[in-house]
Design a protein around this ligand. Structure first.
Ligand SMILES: [Zn+2]
Ligand SMILES: [Zn+2]
Length: 336
């Protein structure tokens, strides 16, 4: 199966936390946290449509400027999500600059910021470059509690964690996955390619089997086209299987409430990215700082039944012993 989501940490585990999730065959990407984004190229940043911010400590939000810098001067909508008070933070970030000339640009960049409250209700505002990023209230779609974004093919949910302040953990879930059988494609004389993405959307919309699908590709310098029905493709080429799930958890004390919320959110995740700031020896220090130890992180991943664990956000104190944190997390994950 070719996964839809291609997640990678933006920085090494000692750098600022952040996860970049690229989409297969789609010119889009998601970001979880906006710390130091310098390892990402302009091209990668331009793909970002939605960014989810766990909380606004600087190591999770200082990269907002870098993203804004790249997007400014383009017709684009950037969706941002964060914890209570987030819209104010975004507004204040934007208010730090002078925008007198930007209002004359032909392009209009819209920043749509949404904050979630513990009861699950959402509040949104739009700030556009044309108006010098003046804040305007937006109405928000009614979504089930905990759901921040409901796209055609995937969903993003959030859970509240206690980091002395409210901090969000996120789960990105593909609603279903479409596997493509190469032999079926060969039988129909069709190539692989971006058209398979459009096909997935047709399936997601529940289009009837009689829908005609035109496939166009170039071969030996000439353009070829073939039309098949959705029903034929479903029968010979597609297998619909459960979708991919990725969880991103960072900056939380090891309290029973947090543990419960993390295990629930990350349940059955294909990949769980989770902070492992301190060693087991430093359990008290971790508790004082509202962070997890590597062993706690590994235990939570095990309880959640995650398939893969990626520990990150290591305390810089341990620069010389990254292996120790990884080993502690992996041992708790694999052996309990
Ligand atoms: Zn923090
Ligand atoms: Zn942090």
């Amino acid at each position: 199966m070719k996964p839809l989501f291609h997640p990678r940490l933006v920085n090494d585990p000692f750098g600022d936390p952040g996860l970049y999730v690229d989409f297969l065959f789609e010119r889009r990407a998601l970001l979880f946290d906006l710390g130091d984004l310098s390892p990402l190229s302009a091209r990668q940043l331009l793909r970002v449509t939605h960014a989810f911010v766990s909380h606004t400590h600087m190591d999770h939000f200082a990269g907002f400027d870098a993203l804004l810098r790249i997007l400014l001067g383009r017709d684009k909508v950037l969706h941002l999500f964060g914890p209570p008070g987030f819209i104010d933070r975004v507004e204040h970030k934007l208010a730090a600059y002078t925008w007198n000339l930007v209002a004359n640009y032909e392009s209009d960049l819209a920043v749509r910021a949404t904050e979630v409250s513990p009861d699950g209700s959402l509040e949104s505002a739009e700030l556009r470059s044309r108006t010098g990023f003046r804040r305007e209230t937006l109405t928000v779609p009614a979504l089930p509690p905990g759901v921040l974004l409901d796209d055609e093919t995937f969903q993003v949910r959030a859970a509240f964690l206690d980091h002395q302040i409210p901090c969000l953990a996120f789960a990105l879930e593909e609603k279903f996955h479409v596997n493509v059988w190469k032999s079926g494609l060969e039988e129909l004389g069709l190539p692989t390619g971006p058209w398979l993405r459009d096909l997935k959307y047709s399936v997601a919309r529940g289009e009837p089997d009689g829908t005609r699908v035109a496939v166009r590709w170039s071969e030996d310098g000439s353009i070829r086209e073939r039309t098949v029905t959705l029903g034929e493709l479903k029968e010979k080429v597609l297998r619909i299987v459960p979708g991919q799930k990725i969880a991103y958890v960072t900056d939380a004390g090891f309290t029973p409430e947090n543990a419960h919320a993390i295990v629930d959110l990350a349940h059955g995740a294909d990949s769980l990215f989770i902070e492992a700031a301190f060693t087991h020896e430093e359990e008290r220090r971790a508790a004082e700082k509202y962070h997890l130890t590597a062993r706690q992180a590994g235990g939570l991943a095990r309880q959640a039944g995650a398939k893969r664990l990626v520990p990150f956000h290591f305390s810089p104190k341990h620069t010389e012993e990254a292996d120790r944190l990884v080993t502690e997390a992996m041992e708790a994950f694999e052996k309990g």
